[in-house]
Every structure is written in C-alpha cells, then in structure tokens.
Design a protein around this ligand. Sequence first.
Ligand code: PLP
Length: 406
Amino acid sequence: MLRLSDRVNRLKPSSTLAVDARCKAMRAQGIDVIAFGAGEPDFDTPMLIRNAAIDALLAGKTRYVATEGDPAARSAIARKLKGENGIECSAEHIVISVGGKHSIYLALQSLLDPGKGQHVILPTPAWVSYRPMIELAGGEAVEVAGAIERDFKITPEQLQRAITPQTAAIIINSPSNPCGTMYSPEELRALAAVLAAHPNIAIITDEIYERLVYGEHKHLSLGSLPEIAQRVITINGLSKAYAMTGWRIGYACAPGSGGIVAKAMAKLQGQMTSNITSFVYSAIVEALTNGAESIEKMRQAFAKRAMLIHTLIQAMPGVRCPKPTGAFYIFPDISAHFGKATPAASMITSAQSFAEALLEEAKVAVVPGEDFGECARSHVRLSFATSERNIEEGCRRLRGFIESLR
Ligand code: PLP
C-alpha cells in the first residue's frame, strides 16, 4: 500500500486553478461560461518575443545551460532592475526559475527551516500560494489584515505590532493579487522604515504586476531603498506583463550579503529542475530589450477594463469594492448577501457558496475569497483579463444573480 507524506497530505490544492479547471470542464460540455477566474492575460505573447524563441530553437539552443540561467538573460534582467527599478545588482545576483511561483518557493526554502518556529508576515488578502509555500518550507504564516477602507493595505503600525523575535521574513506583493490595489511609494517607504529597525527580517517583494498599474501611483521597488536593500529579495517574471504565462519564466534578485540567498536558491534549483527551457532565454532578452511598446498596449487595454468593471460592480446592490489601481483583479465584498437564498434555493452562507451558486445558476466564474486569508472571507475575486464584451456580459449576469437573491 502506497502512503503519501504528511507534507503533501496537509497541502490544499490551489483554489484559483480549481476554478479554472471547473470552467474549462463546463465549456467542454458546451456551457457558455463567463470566466473571471483565471489570473492570466487574454493576449497572445508579442510576436517579436515568440520569434526570438523560435530563432533560438532553430539555432540549436537545445542543451543544458547553467542552472541560474544563460548569462545574457541574467545580464538583461540585472540591467532592467538597475535601470528601471533602481536596484543595485549585477547578473550574479539573478536566478531565473520556472515562473515567479518557483522563485518564491526557492526563496522560502532557502530562508526557512521546519521546527524553528519561524514566522513569515503575510499582509492579507494575499495570493493563495504564499501560505502553502511558507508552510512547505516549515514556517508559519502570520496574517496582517489590510482594511478595505485603505484599499487592503496594511499600516506601519500594524506591521510594527506584528513583528516578534520569531519573525524571519515578510512577503509584500504590490500591485496585489487578489486586491487589485497597490501601495504608494510613500506607503512603501513607511513600511521600509519599520523594517529598517529589524535587521534580521528577510523581505520578499513580489513585483510580478509592477508594469500593470492604472492609478496615480508609480511603482516603487523595495530593493531600491538603501536602508533595507541588503535584505530584499525581489521576485518578478514575464508571465503577467508580457502575456507569457505558459512559458514559465520567473526570476529573483538577491544582492544582499554577497548574494548568499541567490546562491542558495541556485543550489536548490540545481537539485530540482536545473535550468529553465534553454531556448526561451533569448526571448527574455528580447522582451526586456524591445518589448516596452507591446506591453504598454496591453496595459492600456487593462486600464480601460479596470474602469469599466469597477463602474459596473460598484453600482451593484450591497457590493463594496475599491477601484483597481494595479494588477488585473477586482475584489468586491459581497457579504451583504450572506444569509439569502438563490432562485434554485441554494443558501448563500459564504464566499464559497456565493461563487458556487453564481457558477451553477448564472454561469459566471469567480474565485471565492476564503483562500486569500481570514479577512478575505467576505470577498470574491474577479480577474478582468478578459474582453470588454465579456466584462459587460459577465457583470450583467452577476447583477441579475445578486438581484435575484432573497
Ligand atoms: N505572484 C503573484 C502575486 C501571482 O499572482 C502569480 C500568478 O498568479 C505569481 C506570483 C506566479 O506567476 P508565474 O509563476 O506564472 O510567473
């Protein structure tokens, strides 16, 4: 009889991927579902980036490469981070991995040990994978709830109160999945001022949505702030901004303490996956060097959709939600409808039951808030990485569903 590890038995499957799978299954049965579930751009990867990979493949770049990545791609990433983000780094501080997800996983595995009681501060609502990845590394997630009135952002006072001698790390994600909001440079500087007084805390900053911003704020990289730069591990990747989710390209930049974290991550990766696919490195260089125009077009489309979906959702009865300022999500509070029944007599008692009934009865897929943290239980996440037509039709159905609740 085969037996599984406790580690795997404790692990919950990703709820966002589950919604996506359910949606695909319904579509395969011919059901017309409007999907607000998937966290991926609906655009195709820009042609110049695809061509770079094709050329590399045809040129025979098909062999093993250094685990951390091809030197030209690491240099291009370091140049971008230095030039655009103000992070003092060089190619040796960069590790290219199988998506941003893998980069975060490697960072946490490199920083935490089981049995040591290490805490990782997690401002919530937070992306569904952080908690499982913290726990797989043996750490404990300490949630700090961002209030809806503050666009779900935590305050320096909240951060100060959450720090204890056990705090080993913090994960900051701005712009945020699932909140669709972002910290202003001043707000990040205020959080950094608190962290500056705690020199043993590692700061993981997930900046994967940095290019997708729509409000008045500019994105600030925490790794550019000298008072904490030595402890910052910047995570980024090409999935979201360049519409390259299937390529699986993420990277980490960790220049602190002579790059020990980057070296540790590479050592770990060397026993896991080795290098990422050899012929995509040229596509990284192409994207970072010549991709700006293509991603700006996509950003503008997302910005328009952000306004559209916000206008439609905030006008729905009993729904509250801040305006999206970054990433491609909107995260409304729908708890005013808990305790009501649907026309098919399902009781809405939670975000989960709301999402299930919405999918079954109105054919609209959203992700329930539960897995984004305790404070997210009143919310559902909608991704607006879909056409304006889908946004209009999906919101029409959502509104009809809400109005039908008794
Ligand atoms: N970080 C956040 C906040 C995300 O939303 C995602 C994807 O959904 C990732 C990281 C991982 O992206 P990938 O592994 O596709 O690069």
